[in-house]
Write a protein that binds this ligand. Structure first.
Ligand code: PMP
Length: 390
């Protein structure tokens, strides 16, 4: 009896009802989830290998092919956040000892470099301070010098607010026998990307930004170039594209076998998010993000804020970075906006820490009324936040 009796009581906090606040998620992600997608999350689940589930996964695959503008057969959604797609992309295309080139102009390049280092790649970086981007000449010089098998670039650098120009980079990589890997977690659906036309070999995004699903699934696509002719197996069983391609029906085999139990509710929501994007049309989505960002930028400048990214054409429409106003403590501003307006504004991240405030308006959140709410919260924050002691 003594052995069988519990000595740890049920936690009191769990005996109270779940409570969550209503907020405008206008930071760099996640963004608010629209009612249609919330309703999908509330549906009873089905089995992960049931025929209806496999059909929903096929719908997701087609939705990703549309959103990415690709005909790649190797297109699916990872079970996990953006980081899982990041690791999947690198683990499947790079073997230990191979040369990798990473463009670092914010935190995402830093992380990609570390992921590649952990699997034993020879990692070389080209580096710009936050707010910067790379010319084709700079990229080509590094391709010639380091002869990488893969080049990593961040399309929407959510830590610095830069959208990287893409034209010509795919061709450049291919002329140097290198694959082009693009992180579009913060930009896909909000800023133009044409995977096939732009020669992008591996592309991934997350569910929780422009797509407005809850976090936890991550669309990814691979061109069928040399990445599947490896000498060694990928280090991760869970992230092995061989297995994942079969689970998603991308390998041409007649039967799909169990690899892992996918996040079924997450797939329901992702299907609905992709359906909403398909109904709206990519171009309309890109245009709306641009218009709303410009409206926000105009409002910020008229209040005396300085946009962190100087050159207009590389301002990321989904995530705006604002230079922390001189004499203010960025933390006080973000705390004020949250406490008094239920509006999320973030500070910087990684190399942009302490330098910027970040405002994200993505997908369902991308409209002028939300931009005005953010502007109002910032206007009040400026009035009420003490000039910092520094
Ligand atoms: N890349 C970029 C550009 C991002 O903005 C993020 C999320 N902030 C990630 C990767 C990682 O995504 P997750 O947090 O879903 O792992």
């Amino acid at each position: 009896l003594a052995m069988g009796s519990v000595s740890i009581p049920p936690p009191a906090s769990l005996l109270r009802p779940l409570e969550t606040p209503q907020r405008l998620l206008s930071g760099p992600g996640p963004s608010n989830v629209p009612p249609r997608v919330l309703a999908a999350a509330a549906r009873q689940i089905i089995g992960h290998m049931h025929g209806e589930m496999l059909e929903i996964m096929d719908d997701i695959k087609k939705g990703i092919q549309y959103a990415f503008q690709t005909q790649n057969n190797m297109t699916l959604a990872m079970s996990g956040p953006g980081h899982v797609a990041m690791e999947c992309a690198i683990f499947n295309t790079v073997e230990s000892g191979e040369s990798v080139l990473v463009a670092v102009n914010g935190i995402w390049g830093e992380r990609a470099a570390e992921i590649a280092e952990r699997i034993g790649a020879r990692v070389n970086t080209i580096v710009k301070p936050p707010g910067g981007y790379f010319t084709k000449e700079e990229i080509e010089q590094a391709l010639v010098e380091h002869k990488p098998v893969i080049f990593f670039l961040t399309h929407g650098e959510s830590s610095s607010g830069v959208v990287h120009p893409l034209d010509g980079i795919g061709d450049l990589c291919h002329s140097h026998n290198c694959l082009f890997l693009l992180d579009a977690v913060a930009s896909l659906g909000g800023s133009p990307i044409l995977m096939d036309k732009q020669g992008i070999d591996i592309l991934y995004t997350g569910s929780q930004k422009v797509l407005n699903s809850p976090p936890g699934t991550a669309p990814i696509s691979f061109s069928d170039k040399k990445m599947f002719h490896r000498k060694t197996k990928p280090l991760s069983y869970f992230l092995d594209m061989g297995w994942l391609a079969n689970y998603w029906g991308c390998d041409g085999k007649p039967t799909r076998t169990y690899h892992h139990t996918g996040p079924i509710s997450g797939f329901f929501t992702l299907r609905e998010s992709l359906a909403i994007l398909a109904e709206m049309g990519l171009e309309n989505s890109w245009n709306r993000h641009k218009e709303v960002a410009e409206h926000l930028h105009k409002g910020l400048e008229s209040m005396g804020f300085k946009l962190f990214v100087q050159e207009k054409h590389v301002r990321l429409p989904t995530v705006t970075t604002i230079t922390v106003p001189p004499g203010y403590d960025w933390r006080e501003i973000t705390v004020y906006a949250m406490k008094h307006h239920n509006v999320e504004i973030s500070g910087g991240l990684g190399p942009s820490s302490g330098m910027v405030l970040r405002v994200g308006l993505m997908g369902y959140n991308s409209n002028k009324a939300n931009a005005d709410k953010v502007l109002e919260a910032l206007r009040e924050a400026l009035k009420h936040c003490h000039k910092s002691k520094v």
